[in-house]
Design a protein around this ligand. Structure first.
Ligand code: ZN
Length: 476
């Protein structure tokens, strides 16, 4: 077919064109192309624009017709304990599990590399199915290679840090089922061990194309000495990676910490100089009014995990400061966290809770920023992912127009954020590669993963003498 006259620019070759799409770019102007297209070459986005412009400018080896459906940047879960999703049905409430013979933290301590591998594959399938293309694991997986290998086998992007970086587990006694002698036996609270382990995953960053990368995390909640905090922040600065920790989780623990150090933990972190543009604080449900200024002034990011928040039963005991932080320009991202009785990848449920908690100022557009571009900044990967722009890695999701959840389809972004779940995810591309098609992995036999996950959990329950609790008589 002729491509115009001799004066026209010849079409450039590329690998993939996604056309006939409602493209939500999340670029700095937040442009949306109602009839848009994207050209991808190798791992990278080459061009985003109107379909007319892209189709005239590029010739692709493979073309995806989105049928008018929404195409958006892959979502990023800024905080998910990816190997813990397999506790569902065993621990309905992780904090209350302290009263049981085997607590949730005992369960965490017993995990093997094989268990972590299959738990990551199960979680990865669920995340891709819900439009997530990247996750940040908060340093609670023991075998980084097992987790990384599982993520790569599915084609999902991930960030890992060394396991349980803590050198003072005293504050853990305020955290119920997260307190466990068997866990401290496996990851002792000592500075030397932490200094050795905290950079353990950073070697992955030597490969600039690595799908799974390293960053620096400490457990937080008062479990790191000032020296450990300073060393961890310095390592993150040197390596130009993100630095994460949990804070502001429970009223009792936060108060005990304040009583112990004589000021708020957030003020203490600011005084130590360990906040800043590469620092991220996770949870942050329990904060004083005066904690907000140091976060905003230092450019620190905050990750809100609304699904986890509702499992804590602390509503009414705390005033959520997220609207105030947003108003002061704090970079807010979203995480699913432990997802004890939730699906890993619950973007829609998380968005619903954010909206229901606060309504203003967190409309659907703001929530989508928290799940994409803001989360990319918290990951330290803002230059690379989080939006559909030329030069960024090609991580994107094509939503189906055949899913009931997307209708009446008169306000695509509202429905994408608040009413869509996994039912509308058709095709997922990560790093320029098609990893999900028709809502299923192109890489792995999903049924085999599901069976292996069940077998892994049955073995773990047998090792620990755990049985699922059921109220009704089950007749065999
Ligand atoms: Zn967490």
């Amino acid at each position: 077919m002729p491509r115009g006259d001799a004066a026209a620019t010849p079409a450039k070759a590329c690998d993939i064109i996604v056309r006939n799409a409602y493209v939500v770019t999340m670029d700095p102007k937040r442009r949306v192309f109602a009839r848009g297209a994207i050209a991808i070459g190798g791992r990278t986005i080459l061009a985003v624009g109107s379909e007319r412009e892209i189709v005239a400018g590029y010739r692709a080896a493979r073309t995806f017709d989105a049928g008018g459906g929404v195409v958006h940047p892959g979502l990023i879960d800024a905080h998910v304990h990816i190997v813990h999703g397999t506790c569902r049905g065993i621990f309905a409430n992780t904090l209350n599990s302290a009263s049981q013979p085997v607590s949730f933290a005992d369960w965490k301590a017993d995990v093997t590399p094989e268990d972590e591998h299959v738990a990551t594959q199960l979680a990865g399938i669920e995340m891709l199915r819900h439009g997530y293309t990247c996750f940040i694991e908060p340093g609670t997986a023991f075998d980084g290679d097992a987790v990384a290998e599982a993520a790569v086998s599915l084609g999902i992007r991930g960030l890992l840090s060394g396991p349980y970086i803590w050198d003072d587990i005293g504050p853990m006694r305020h955290l119920g089922g997260l307190d466990s002698q068997s866990l401290y036996g496996r990851v002792p609270a000592n500075l030397d061990r932490c200094l050795k382990d905290m950079g353990r995953e950073l070697h992955r960053n030597r490969d600039d194309d690595a799908l799974v990368r390293g960053y620096v995390g400490v457990y937080g909640l008062g479990t790191a000495s000032d020296r450990l905090l300073a060393e961890a922040k310095a390592l993150a600065d040197r390596e130009r990676v993100a630095f994460h920790q949990h804070e502001g989780y429970l009223p009792g623990a936060t108060k005990a910490d304040r009583d112990r150090i004589g000021k708020s933990r957030i003020r203490h972190l600011a005084d130590l100089g360990v906040l800043g543009p590469n620092a991220t604080l996770i949870h942050m449900y329990v904060l004083g009014e005066d904690d907000i200024a140091p976060i905003a002034e230092t450019g620190t990011s905050v990750v809100w995990c609304p699904v986890a928040f509702f499992t804590l039963g602390i509503m009414g005991q705390t005033t959520l400061r997220f609207p105030a932080m947003h108003q002061l320009g704090v970079n807010l991202a979203l995480g699913v966290d432990g997802a004890v009785d939730a699906t890993i990848g619950e973007s829609g449920t998380a968005a619903f809770f954010v909206s229901a908690c606060t309504r203003e100022p967190f409309g659907p557009e703001t929530i989508l920023e928290m799940q994409t571009i803001n989360a990319a900044r918290a990951a330290g990967l803002a230059e690379r992912i989080g939006s559909l722009e030329p030069g960024k890695r090609a991580d994107l999701v094509i939503r189906s127009t055949a899913a009931a959840e997307s209708y009446p389809a008169v306000n695509p972004i509202h429905q994408l954020v608040l009413t869509s779940r996994g039912g509308s995810v058709d095709t997922v591309i990560v790093d320029g590669r098609v990893v999900m098609r028709g809502g299923h992995s192109t890489r792995l036999d999903e049924l085999a993963v599901l069976a292996a996950a069940r077998a892994s959990v049955q073995r773990r329950m047998a090792r620990l003498g755990l049985r699922p609790t059921t109220v009704w008589p089950v007749v065999e």
